[in-house]
Design a protein around this ligand. Sequence first.
Ligand SMILES: Cc1ncc(COP(=O)(O)O)c(C=O)c1O
Length: 408
Amino acid sequence: MIDLIKNYSITSRRVKGSAIRELLKLTNKPDMISFAGGLPSPESFPTESIAEIAAKVLKDKAHIALQYTETEGLIELREQVAILMKKDGIHVGAENILITASSQQALDLVGRVFIDPTDPLLVELPTYLGGLQAFTAYGARFIGVASDNQGMIMEDLESKLRKLQLSEEHYKFIYTVPDFQNPSGVTWTNERRQKAVELSNRYNVLLIDDSPYRELRFEGKRPDALHAIDKEGNVITCRTFSKIFAPGLRLGWIVGHKNIIAKLSVAKQSVDLCTSGFNQLIAAEFLKQNLLDNHVKKIIDIYRVKRDAMDRALEKYMPKGEGISWMKPEGGLFLFLKLPELLDADDMFHEAIEKKVAYVIGSVFHCDGKGQNTMRLNFSYPTLEQIDIGISRLADTIKERIVKLKRR
Ligand SMILES: Cc1ncc(COP(=O)(O)O)c(C=O)c1O
C-alpha cells in the first residue's frame, strides 16, 4: 500500500480520533453502568407517532419524500420551524432558516464558512467536545473564557476581546452553549446574555448559540434566547430535533441573517446536497399536528426523575468534607462533578472501569488542557436502578483514591 500519511490532507491530519471514543470502547463490558454517553433515553422516542406519520408521508407525498430536495430544506419544515422559533421570541421567516443533518452538521458548516487556519475563536471553559472537534478541522485556535454557574464570565470575555482587538487579530466568533450546557449543565443568566450580545455588537464578532437542550427545562423560568435579544443579526442559532424528537432522524436547523443562511446553504451543497426529505416531512407533520409540546413534556417528566435520582445518589454516596461538588442542573442531560484539585479523574478512569462504572473525563472539554479534576455524568440514558448502583460504585472508586492519596 502507498504511504497514506503523505496523502492525507492537512485537515484530516489536524483531526485526531476522539480520546473519549477510545475510552468508551472499554465501557462495552457486561454489567458496566455507563454515565459516559450523551444519549436520549429510548423510552423518550415517539415511535408510534413516527410510524403513523411515516406511513402517511409515503402514501401522500412519496414523490417529495423520496426525491432530492432543496438544500435549504423543505418549505413545509422551515415554516413549522419558524413557528417554533416564534414561541421562543425569535421572529424569523423561512429565508432565515437552513435545515441541517442535525446540529453537528450545523457546527461543521459554520466552521467551513467562517474559519481560516489559525483564526482565534472564543469558547467556554469547559465546552462541547464536538464543537471543538468541528472547528479544529478548519484550523481554529481556541481561546478559553472562564465560566461559572451563571455562564461565561463577561469580564473575562471582554478582556480577551479587547486583547484580540489591540493585537489586530482576526477573531471570528464566540461559540456558546448557553442552555444546560454539555458538559457543565450550566444555563446562562439573562444578565450575561444581554452583556454577551452587547459585546458581540461592540467588538464586531458573531455569537454562535448552540442550544440542543433548551427545551428540556425541568423547572424554573427560561431566560431569553440570545437571538431574541440581538437586534443586529450577529447571532447564529443552531438547534436540533435530536433531544426532543429522535437523534436517528438526523435533523436540525440554523437560524441566522438571510445572507449568512445563503452562504451556509452553498457550503451545504458540497457536503450532502440536501437533508433527507423523508425525515423532514415526518418532522414537519409532527409539528403540524401539534404533537411536539406534549411530547417534550413527557421527556421532561422522565428526565426530571432521573436527574433527581442522580442528585440524591450523589448526596447519599459521595464522601463528605472532601471538596466534591456538583450543581443540580435545571434541565438537560448532564451533571458535572468537580473533585478536589489533587484527584485526577483522567487517571482514575481505569479504576472506575474495574468497578464497572464509566464517565467522561472532564479534561476533554477544556481547550486549555485543564479540568483533570472534573467528570461529566449523563442521567438521561441509565435506568433509575443503574443510577443508584453506578453512583455508589463511583463513590467507592473516589473513596479508594482519597485513601491512597492520604497514605502518600
Ligand atoms: C452542545 C451540543 N451541540 C451539538 C450536538 C450534536 O447533536 P446533533 O448533531 O445530534 O444535533 C450535541 C450532542 O450531544 C451537543 O451536546
